[in-house]
Write a protein that binds this ligand. Structure first.
Ligand code: FAD
Ligand code: SF4
Length: 348
């Protein structure tokens, strides 16, 4: 029988890869470091996803269920791969649980780490309880608690969403655009206005990158239908006057300083490389690219190839990605890994 394919990481990319492989008859060993599958959308409690509008727990939860129900997929949660040796068609992985998995090929679907806003201290996170992140707002919505100020539970009357927190910021070594946070922020702004129609929502931006079809559905709709206000600005700092949070900066359209009070300030946090990438690179013998994401060996011929033959990569492990693109990459890597398995000599 063909050897299984090792899939590392049980987020959207890994779930897609595992399901695709199983649907063409391949066995899969799926290794996930957390106690449950689902990746960032489930583990971080996202609410309604863009662009589908489906709840993360239903959309990604559905992907988890079909993987858990598939007999061809053996699932190893709360596990990491500690050693990986061999050649294409004949690898062996040793897991932290002590078990050993033989594999024809491996797909790294190990995703990203959310930017930690304490690395941007001048914008108030960690100092003022009512400065929160987009993931915290997603959790407020998905838990049913609704949008509240953490300090005292009141409904905010004025909310500022600050874009590009931990992205496009050379001062703190994050040069990349995280791709999805503009659209996610427009969506959150509309959800806040829907829940709290009297609340004023402002989005502070450098540029708006609601690319492709998102422009109409999120950027224009948020302004025209939901009256979200946009300020093109450089933010200097977030402080407090004891009652309100104060966002200070420069309006870069009119070139004037602006100081506006808010009840709640939301950091639209970016997607850092997975903090475990150096360790993953060591174990799997693959190269990282300049910012610390797992490097792709080629952009077109075989999408998910890494620097090591037989080891593939998919999803946000390669750089900031959306869920649908991560799923597409998971499927593409599954096809390439399956081909390696088929070339392998069948054990006697
Ligand atoms: C606030 C926010 C909101 C977002 N909302 C949307 C949205 O609405 N729509 C959208 O398209 N995108 C959204 N995104 C982007 C989305 O989170 C990613 O596209 C998606 O999670 C990428 O999937 P992935 O499987 O590649 O990685 P992940 O979701 O990060 O999954 C990786 C998995 O690998 C596991 N793992 C990591 N390291 C190891 C290891 N060493 N060993 C074993 N397992 C490991 C992790 O625990 C995790 O389960 C959002 C991002 C942010 C920051
Ligand atoms: S998607 Fe928008 S908020 Fe996110 S980093 Fe890019 S420009 Fe900034």
């Amino acid at each position: 029988m063909d050897k299984p394919i090792l899939v590392v990481g049980g987020g959207p990319a890994g779930l897609a890869a595992a399901h695709s492989l199983a649907s063409i008859g391949s066995r899969v060993a799926l290794v996930e470091k957390e106690a449950r599958l689902g990746g960032a959308p489930i583990l971080s409690g996202y609410a309604k996803l863009v662009p589908s509008g489906e709840w993360a727990k239903d959309a990604i939860g559905g992907m988890v269920k079909r993987v858990e129900a598939n007999d061809l997929i053996s699932i190893h949660t709360s596990s990491r791969v500690e050693e990986f040796a061999g050649a294409p068609g004949d690898f062996t992985a040793r897991l932290s649980s002590g078990s050993t998995v033989d594999a024809a090929a491996a797909i790294l679907c190990t995703g990203f780490t959310h930017f930690d806003s304490v690395n941007k201290p001048e914008w108030g996170f960690g100092t003022f309880p009512d400065v929160v992140t987009t993931t915290q707002v997603e959790q407020m919505i998905s838990s049913g608690r609704g949008i509240r100020c953490p300090s005292d539970g009141r409904r905010p009357q004025r909310v500022a969403i600050l874009l590009c927190v931990g992205s496009r910021d050379r001062q703190i070594g994050r040069e990349w655009c995280s791709k999805i946070c503009c659209t996610v922020s427009c969506n959150i702004a509309m959800e806040i206005r829907e829940e709290l129609p009297d609340c004023h929502v402002y989005i502070y931006y450098m540029d708006i990158r609601t690319y492709g079809l998102y422009e109409t559905k999120y950027y224009w709709r948020s302004q025209e239908e939901f009256k979200v206000k946009y300020i093109k600005a450089r933010i200097a700092e977030v402080t407090s006057d004891g009652q309100k949070l104060i966002v200070k900066g420069e309006d870069t359209l009119v070139k004037r300083p602006i100081t506006i009070p808010f009840d709640l300030v939301v950091h639209a946090i970016g997607m850092d490389p997975n903090v475990e990438n150096p360790a993953l690179a060591r174990v799997f013998g693959v190269k990282l690219q300049e910012h610390g994401h797992i490097a792709k060996a080629n952009a077109y011929c075989t999408l998910g190839e890494t620097s090591r033959e037989g080891v593939f990569v998919a999803g946000a492990a390669t750089g900031p990605e959306t869920i649908d693109d991560s799923i597409a990459q998971g499927n593409a890597a599954a096809m390439a890994a399956f081909a390696i398995g088929r070339k392998a000599p069948v054990a006697a």
